[in-house]
Write a protein that binds this ligand. Sequence first.
Ligand code: GLY
Length: 353
Amino acid sequence: MDKRKVVICKDLKVELEAYLKALKFDKVFILTDENTLKDCYPVLKEISLLSSAPVFTVGAGDTHKNIDEVSRLWTCLCESGASRNSLLINLGGGMITDMGGFVGATFKRGIQTINIPTTLMASVDAAVGGKTGINFNGLKNEIGSFYPPLCVFIYNKFLRTLDHANILSGYAEMIKHALISSKEVYADVFSFEPDSGDLNQLDTLVAQSVAIKERIVEEDPKERGIRKALNLGHTIGHAYESLSFKKNSPLLHGHAVAAGLIGELYLSHKACGFPMSELSQIVYYIKTYYPPFIHDCDDYESLYELMTHDKKNEGGVINFTLLSAIGEVQINQSVDKQQILGALDFYRESFGI
Ligand code: GLY
């Protein structure tokens, strides 16, 4: 059997069918959200081994990534006779691959999972690398586990159905991968114009981006060290995202990360000497394509409080992943509260809000 963990496929039906034929499992189940049930599941249904597999469906959107839905899915698996030798196929965006991964990791202490990401965000990030989890207590991905899927099938045709906002959301993680990687990758990624709709160029960049993530995860699967590089933009980004949920105007994850990148590259400049010229270029790019996250300084205490829950923190200190240059990652950087508030100001000033 093909041992590759991530397969970028030209024909999902043919390649998944061949993979499943070589795999041992007693029953197979498919998890979708209401959109992927309509738009993507028909491709799976054509595979004979999957044509009568039970399908569990949850509502679309990150607010469904919660313990009540997990409990409902455990019940569905129990009632459908799933065993430890069963297989769960997660067909969807990051919400589905995160939550389905967690259900798979915990049901009977772990069943086999396969991820089939259907968004750019999930293809380049969420579905790859084995992080699973759900939101809890108003905090992003607070409960979860490291539980790698058997395989990830990326099928670019699914990306053709995405709207512009979702392309931009995934693209933010590609920008992050470029920044932690090298000037060459950075140049490639920043040459892409999200408004151009050149999805062939995007396909090449997706493969490059996934390879960057896979390399890092292979070196540090449980995030003891260098995997923290993948959190660039996420300490502030997750705080913006959680606050946007509280304000009932939810940001897409990647839009929050793009906003977080601005603040964290500002901190990189202040604390690690990241060049101002590159900071200005990145701010300009993000401002050109991403909508602003509207908030004001009365939100700063809530944002700071949210950052105190970041999973990278140690001993009550907020730890950031910063850069001293493109491709030069500095993990475990503690920054004082005044500097963090300065980064929040910098974001608002950059967008003129
Ligand atoms: N999304 C960051 C990671 O997988 O480590």
